[in-house]
Design a protein around this ligand. Structure first.
Ligand code: 6PG
Length: 262
């Protein structure tokens, strides 16, 4: 394990070792949290990187080593698509994880995507989070674990470069509305609406873990960890982590551009 500033880097030799490290951490963190407070609230990331993790978690020792009925699953962001669309982050988690392990489906809290107005969906999801975590209507939730991916354009969750949403959190890091924990945003380059947790909701998590693999991610990893401060164009720089270090699960390829490792 290597640290660069507030970042705790766990760099695996290869893909197999990367996902084993993440799965081992998940099992240890989940069981410790469940032993302490009886529940484990985790926010999942989307895209392709988590697929291998989710598949690994359905095998031993994880399948029988984790108290799946004590975990509540949330999502860090969602594409504004029907839940049965193959590009939905919910659909991906359902396909690779939920249907293979004994998770009570009432413990899976998908981001709604059926409203005509995506902003209504964002509000509905915020209400659901607060109700389940038992916090007030202005409070910021604290997930026990929040996974994030990293795009080749240095986005994370659905905080996309150059968007008004990201610019607003650069101008006001706590948010123009300090109680806003979710947001809807039209992403021109993707021609779709996205729903995302806001930086304050992300940053209040007890543990934030970036899951990043592959050569194509080496540059954005460098941008976020060692590059110039430029959160408008590198929105993952908005992820600070306010409760301890930022955890990075990387393979050697995605860590290749980090000078601090030389
Ligand atoms: C999404 C994700 C997004 C993702 C990154 C990395 O909905 O696409 O939430 O933030 O984590 O784009 O995606 P890959 O893992 O597919 O490279």
């Amino acid at each position: 394990m290597v640290s660069i500033d507030n970042n705790e880097l766990r760099i695996a030799e290869n893909s197999e070792a990367l996902y084993k490290a993440i799965a081992d951490d998940f099992m240890q963190r989940a069981n410790a949290c469940i032993a302490e407070k009886g529940i484990f609230d985790v926010a999942l990331s989307g895209g392709n990187t988590p697929k291998k993790l989710y598949s690994l978690l359905t095998t031993e020792p994880y399948r029988s080593g984790i108290a799946w009925d004590k975990i509540r699953f949330f999502f860090g962001d969602e594409r504004y698509l029907p839940a049965d669309d193959p590009d939905s982050n919910y659909f991906m988690a359902h396909k690779y994880l939920f249907i293979h392990v004994p998770i009570p489906m009432q413990h899976v809290y998908m981001i709604p995507t059926h409203y005509q107005n995506p902003s209504r969906a964002a509000k509905d999801y915020a209400d659901t989070i607060r109700e389940l975590l038992g916090i007030g209507s202005d409070a910021i939730p604290q997930f026990d674990l929040l996974y994030l991916g990293l795009g080749t354009n240095a986005h994370t969750a659905s905080l996309m470069p150059g968007t008004d949403l990201v610019k607003s959190y650069v101008t006001s890091p706590d948010g123009e509305d300090k109680s806003q924990i979710t947001a809807a945003a039209w992403i021109e380059e993707l021609n779709m609406d996205r729903i995302t947790l806001t930086p304050p909701a992300i940053n209040n998590s007890a543990c934030i873990a970036f899951l990043v693999e592959g050569t194509e991610k080496a540059h954005p990893v460098w941008q976020i960890i060692e590059g110039p401060h430029d959160p408008v164009n590198c929105p993952a720089q908005l992820v600070k982590g306010e409760h301890g270090k930022l955890l990075w699960f990387l393979d050697k390829d995605s860590a290749a551009d980090l000078k601090g490792l030389k």
